[in-house]
Structure formats: structure tokens, C-alpha cells
Design a protein around this ligand. Structure first.
Ligand SMILES: *Cc1c(COP(=O)(O)O)cnc(C)c1O
Length: 229
């Protein structure tokens, strides 16, 4: 099942990219494996998947230790300072940096581990009170503070728009994140001045996110099936 699902999602990514004149190779598929077993992840690895997303540090660390060290792990959950060391140690990219305190903790642990940690800044693009993420108008200030931290490499922005069953409802939010990235790009705050990574789009709306400029899509259910809570 995972094999067929992955093939279908890859095909849909290709179709969405080509439909809007983009190169499918510019879009990274992050297979979101939270609440899924090592066996299920291995099945996806056998189909060539190497990038996985996890929301919970303890769950992720237990699984990462049992899997091929070549795999790339993205942290996409809410990050607490007391978990920052494991996040800095185990993940290739932390997508959910939304406050300077957590950025400083990650920077300090990355320095101790003698590594440079890739990060994205999570933006609360829909200004939802219950959601993590920096407010859009405060993003520039946070980025300026992050550029002073030598062991973090800021690659771009991440967002999760307000939930809707209608994928089209996400489009204005995806467009808003892309516009924010375009506004911030010339300010020399991102590690690569030529590229701002945009992590946006999930199982229900990744095609729309690709049309609006996503460079990473985070897809769980459409690959691994529903999560049993
Ligand atoms: C769970 C999760 C996903 C994947 O959601 P699906 O709808 O299962 O594709 C993507 N991003 C974040 C931040 C998540 O928490």
C-alpha cells in the first residue's frame, strides 16, 4: 500500500509542477511518519524515500536510531527548549523555529555538537491564536536575530494554513507565505541569497502549494494512510 501511495503522490507532484511550468526536481517530498512504525518507514525507504518528517522528539529519536543513518529527518512539531539538544543532534532540518529563545537553544546545542543546523522559520500565516509560528509582520525581526547565531543555517520559511477540507481555501495562505519570502529575500537574511525554501502543503493541498511555489511538501496520510491516535 505504501508503495502504491508513494508512487501516486510522486506522480501528483510531477503533474502539479509541470502544470505550472516548474521542474518537479525542485520540490522535495517530506514523508511525514509521525505515529508510524519503523517497519512502515522501512517500506517507504525501499521505495527510494529518504526524507521523513516527525513531530515528536522522543518518538523520532527512538525510530531514527533504528534506521539507516543516511536518511534525512525534518522536525515539524512544536519544539520545546528542553528537547532542543536532541533536535540539534538528530535532525537535518528543524522546520519550526518560531521564537528567538528556541533559536538560541538550538544554536548552543549545535555548537556543542560541532555542527551547523539547518532551520526554517515557522510563520503563523493565518494568525491563528492556537497555532505556533511567528506573526507575519514579526518575521523580519526574528530573521535578523537568527542571522547573529553562527551555528544555524536559515534556509527559508514554513507554514500550515488554517485547516479546510477545500484545498483551494489554502491557496491565499500559500501565496501569502511566498510573498513574504519574496519580500524578505533581498534583505540578505537567508543562507542562500538566491533561494528561499518554502515548506507548505500537506496531503489535502500539496498540489495547490506547488502551484504557489512550495519547495518542500509535507505529506503523511496520503503515503502512510490514516493515523490511529
Ligand atoms: C502531521 C503533519 C503533516 C502531515 O499531514 P497529512 O495531512 O497527514 O499529510 C504535515 N505538516 C505538519 C506540521 C504536520 O503536523
Amino acid at each position: 500500500m505504501i508503495r502504491e501511495n508513494l508512487a501516486r503522490v510522486r506522480e501528483e507532484i510531477r503533474r502539479a509542477a509541470e502544470g505550472c511550468g516548474r521542474d518537479p526536481a525542485d520540490i522535495k517530498l517530506v514523508a511525514v511518519s509521525k505515529k508510524k512504525s519503523v517497519a512502515e518507514i522501512k517500506e517507504a525507504v525501499q521505495c527510494g524515500q529518504i526524507t521523513f518528517g516527525e513531530n515528536y522528539i522522543q518518538e523520532a529519536v527512538a525510530k531514527i536510531d533504528q534506521l539507516d543513518p543516511q536518511l534525512q529527518w525534518h522536525f515539524i512539531g512544536h519544539l520545546q527548549s528542553n528537547k532542543a539538544r536532541n533536535a540539534a543532534r538528530c535532525f537535518h532540518l528543524v522546520e519550526t523555529v518560531d521564537r528567538i529563545k528556541i533559536a538560541r537553544a538550538l544554536d548552543r546545542h549545535a555548537a556543542e555538537l560541532d555542527r551547523i543546523l539547518n532551520i526554517l522559520v515557522q510563520v503563523n500565516i493565518g494568525r491563528e491564536p492556537q497555532k505556533s509560528g511567528v506573526a507575519p509582520e514579526k518575521t523580519e525581526e526574528l530573521l535578523r536575530q537568527i542571522t547573529t547565531l553562527p551555528n544555524l543555517r536559515l534556509l527559508g520559511l514554513m507554514a500550515t494554513p488554517p485547516y479546510s477540507r477545500d484545498a483551494e481555501a489554502s491557496r491565499p495562505w500559500f501565496r501569502a507565505l511566498k510573498n513574504l519570502g519574496d519580500q524578505l529575500k533581498p534583505l540578505d537574511l537567508f543562507a542562500d541569497p538566491a533561494k528561499v525554501e518554502l515548506s507548505m502543503g500537506m496531503s489535502g493541498d500539496f498540489q495547490v502549494a506547488i502551484e504557489e511555489g512550495a519547495t518542500m511538501v509535507r505529506v503523511g496520510t496520503a503515503i502512510f494512510g490514516p493515523r490511529i491516535q
